[in-house]
Design a protein around this ligand. Structure first.
Ligand code: AMP
Length: 213
C-alpha cells in the first residue's frame, strides 16, 4: 500500500504519517527529515542545503529525487510506504510517476490535509519536535516547551519554523505545490481531509476508515 500526504507546511502531514506508519507498519518517507539529516554533515552540500531550507525555498528536484528513489527501492518499503513532503511540484510528481511505474507500483491514496490558513502559522511557529523519537508537540496547544525532556530526548525547534520563513514556505506552497492537487484528483486517488482545532486523532480515524473501505 503506497500513500502520499499533501498539505501546507504545518497542516499535520508529519503527525498523520507517523500515526499511519504505526497503524499499518509501513515506513514514512519524509523528504524534510532526510534533508535535515544531510544538513547535519559539515560537507559543502550539507551547508548549501541548510541555507536553502532556512530561507523556505525548495531544494533542487535532483537531490530530493535521489533521496526518495533510494528509499522507495530499499527492502524497508517492500510492503509499501508513506510519502510526506514529496512531491512538492508538478515536475516531482511526474518524476515520481516514472519511478513508480519502473517498479510496477503506483500511489493508491493521496490524502490532502486542508487546514484553515490562520491555524497554519501557529502550528508551525509553535512546533517542537523530540530530537530522539520525532514526537511532535506544539507550544501553543500543549504544556510542552522547547528544551523540555521527552523520554531520552529533548524537544527542539526547527530552524525554518519562524514567522518570516513560514510565510515564505506558504507562498511557495501556493505557487508550486497546490497545482499537484489537480494532478492527483485527475487520477481519482485524492481524498480531502478537513483539519481544524480538534486534534489529530479524528483525522487519523477518518484516514484509517478510508483505507479500510
Ligand atoms: P518539511 O519538513 O517537509 O516542511 O520540509 C522542510 C524544507 O525541506 C522545505 O521547506 C524545503 O526547503 C525542503 N524540502 C522538503 N521536501 C522537499 C521537496 N520535495 N522538494 C524540495 N525541497 C524540499
Amino acid at each position: 500500500m503506497n500513500i502520499l500526504f499533501l498539505g501546507a507546511p504545518g497542516s499535520g502531514k508529519g503527525t498523520q504519517s507517523k500515526n499511519i506508519e504505526k497503524k499499518f507498519n509501513i515506513p514514512q518517507i519524509s523528504t524534510g527529515d532526510l534533508l535535515r539529516a544531510e544538513t547535519a554533515s559539515e560537507s559543502k552540500m550539507g551547508q548549501e542545503l541548510k541555507n536553502i531550507m532556512s530561507s523556505g525555498k525548495f531544494v533542487s528536484d535532483d537531490i530530493v529525487l535521489k533521496l526518495v528513489s533510494k528509499k522507495i527501492t530499499s527492502s524497508d518499503c517492500k510492503n509499501g510506504f508513506i510519502l510526506d513532503g514529496f512531491p512538492r511540484n508538478l515536475s516531482q510528481a511526474s518524476s515520481l510517476d516514472g519511478l513508480l511505474s519502473d517498479q510496477n507500483l503506483s500511489i493508491e491514496y493521496v490524502f490532502l490535509i486542508d487546514v484553515p490558513a490562520d491555524l497554519i502559522i501557529k502550528r508551525c511557529v509553535g512546533r517542537i519536535t523530540c530530537n530522539t523519537c520525532g514526537k511532535i508537540e506544539n507550544e501553543y496547544f500543549s504544556d510542552y516547551r522547547e528544551g523540555d525532556k521527552c523520554g531520552e530526548g529533548v524537544f527542539v525547534k526547527r530552524a525554518d519554523d519562524n514567522e518570516e520563513t513560514v510565510s515564505n514556505r506558504l507562498k511557495v506552497y501556493a505557487e508550486q505545490t497546490e497545482p499537484i492537487i489537480q494532478f492527483y484528483e485527475d487520477k481519482g486517488v485524492l481524498h480531502r481531509i478537513i483539519g481544524g482545532e480538534d486534534g489529530p486523532q479524528r483525522l487519523t480515524d477518518e484516514i484509517i476508515s478510508i483505507i479500510k473501505k
